[in-house]
Design a protein around this ligand. Structure first.
Ligand code: CU
Length: 216
């Protein structure tokens, strides 16, 4: 019924007491095991109209906070790329980076799937949907975009749109390990880690409860 594609983060939430807010881009608070509050921001992946967008498309997330992607029908993914190569998994470009990748998240029995990541630091996380041509059509978002400079959501989206024009779409299983010069992306490690990936019943609160119950 659910897929739980990993894994413990360093944070194990024993109890969650939260004020649920279902509005787009909302932030909820959860109580961690040490009693401190953990912030959880929600990003909608598509919506009830099946639009090819994230809501919101740009957020800032502090280190130690969490971001939960909530998947609306149809099948979408949340996949990390580099800024320079949108629509391509970051580990195709940088083999030493695992990268965030939810994999396909189709709805099951009309239940919403969620995918939650822990933000480990505030380096940029450029994200896209790897389903079909969704990325090229603008289904991209960024967490902690650089302040100032040219690496903006708009330029990332423009690069993504050019992928289809060039016909150089993502190749799966690529052995290409070339790291393009001049990149400012992290060369090692990841700015975030996956907390959980599963089907939730009704929104963030239930989803988080379900997820953490699985960990106990
Ligand atoms: Cu999509």
């Amino acid at each position: 019924m659910y897929t739980k594609s990993i894994l413990m983060s360093s944070l194990l939430l024993a109890a969650c007491s939260m004020a649920q807010d279902t509005t787009t881009g909302s932030s909820s608070q959860m109580t961690g095991p040490d009693g401190s509050m953990v912030s959880v921001q929600v990003v909608q992946v598509s919506n009830m109209n099946a639009s090819l967008k994230f809501y919101p498309e740009e957020i800032r997330a502090e280190a130690g906070s969490m971001v939960q992607f909530q998947f609306y029908p149809r099948n979408h993914t949340v996949t990390q790329s580099t800024f320079d190569r949108p629509c391509e998994p970051i580990n195709n470009i940088m083999p030493n980076v695992t990268g965030i990748n939810s994999g396909p998240m189709p709805p099951v029995n009309n239940m919403m799937k969620v995918f939650t990541i822990m933000i480990n630091d505030t380096r940029p996380l450029w994200m896209y949907c790897a389903t079909g041509d969704h990325c090229e059509k603008g289904m991209v978002m960024v967490i902690n975009a650089p302040q100032g400079g040219e690496r903006t959501l708009q330029s990332y989206k423009a690069l993504a749109a050019r992928v289809s024009e060039n016909g150089t779409t993502t190749s799966t299983g690529s052995a290409n390990g070339t790291v393009p010069g001049g990149t400012t992306e992290p060369s090692t490690g990841s700015a975030s880690s996956v907390v959980d990936s599963m089907v939730g019943a009704t929104g963030v609160a239930a989803a988080l409860f379900a997820g953490f119950a699985l960990l106990l």
